[in-house]
Design a protein around this ligand. Structure first.
Ligand SMILES: *[C@@H]1O[C@H](CO)[C@@H](O)[C@H](O)[C@H]1NC(C)=O
Ligand SMILES: *[C@@H]1O[C@H](CO)[C@@H](O)[C@H](O)[C@H]1NC(C)=O
Ligand SMILES: *[C@@H]1O[C@H](CO)[C@@H](O)[C@H](O)[C@H]1NC(C)=O
Length: 220
């Protein structure tokens, strides 16, 4: 896994300095029974989808409201060496209402994905509004572009000392159980360093959004 952490810092800083950012996007849902992801409950309190023609904004919206994604890495297991290999990983791009766009991950060297990334840090990450109530409520099939979903490509890198506090806060507020994961697994904070973005939010094929456009989005 690439150890260097660069890029996206400006965006992160901008996000942190913009208190209005996503302020209305999501309100944390406290104490709603029956759910196990703490204060955060996108399925219950999902704000309206941004205009579909603003693909960068839709991408940031999807990245913020999703608590997990499917991360595809290149397999190193002998039976499937070199094949794409997707697994579900919990993630967070920031505390509710303060999304940075950066997908943070909490990883252990014991995970298959991490073994793969040690050989090849490239990965793609898929997140979909099918993970929320949005598509069910509107009757959109998960494969329909109306059920907005995004594919982010990049490299998975460890986050450095400076960024680790934000990564930890972002993840633990949405995945409180992480605090209790066994320390013997050597969990560490990582992120996807996004290089390419595809947004499927309407008919006519995927829209391309650049990381610059993606991180440039602010919510108020
Ligand atoms: C992130 O990706 C960009 C573009 O490929 C690259 O220049 C940069 O070094 C990467 N950053 C890290 C921390 O790997
Ligand atoms: C840590 O990472 C952030 C975000 O990528 C970057 O802005 C910062 O310069 C890095 N800090 C150090 C000490 O490398
Ligand atoms: C960044 O956002 C501003 C204000 O919304 C916009 O005018 C500008 O074109 C955007 N730049 C990029 C690279 O998306």
């Amino acid at each position: 896994m690439a150890g260097r952490v660069r890029g996206s810092a400006r965006a992160l800083l901008a996000a942190l300095l913009a208190p209005a950012l996503v302020a209305l996007l999501v309100t944390p849902a406290r104490g709603r029974g029956g759910r196990d992801h703490g204060d955060w409950d996108a399925a219950v309190l999902l704000p309206p989808l941004p205009p579909r023609e603003d693909a960068a904004r839709v991408a940031r919206f999807v990245a913020h409201v999703c608590d997990w994604g499917a991360l595809a890495t290149v397999a190193t297991e002998e039976a499937v060496r070199g094949w794409p290999f997707a697994d579900v990983l919990s993630l967070s791009d920031g505390p509710p209402g303060a999304g940075s766009g950066v997908p943070y991950l909490y990883l252990s060297p014991l995970q298959q994905a991490v073994s793969h990334l040690q050989e090849n840090p490239h990965a793609t990450l898929t997140m979909s509004l099918a993970q929320t109530d949005f598509c069910r409520k509107h009757g959109y099939d998960p494969q329909s572009p109306l059920c907005a979903h995004i594919i982010l490509a990049g490299t998975v890198t460890k986050v450095n000392e400076t960024e680790v506090d934000f990564a930890k806060r972002s993840l633990f507020i949405r995945h409180p159980e992480m605090k209790t994961w066994p320390s013997s697994h050597n969990w560490f904070f990582a992120k996807l360093n996004i290089t390419n973005i595809w947004v499927l939010d309407f008919f006519g094929g995927p829209k391309i959004v650049t990381p610059e456009e993606y991180y440039n989005v602010t919510f108020q």
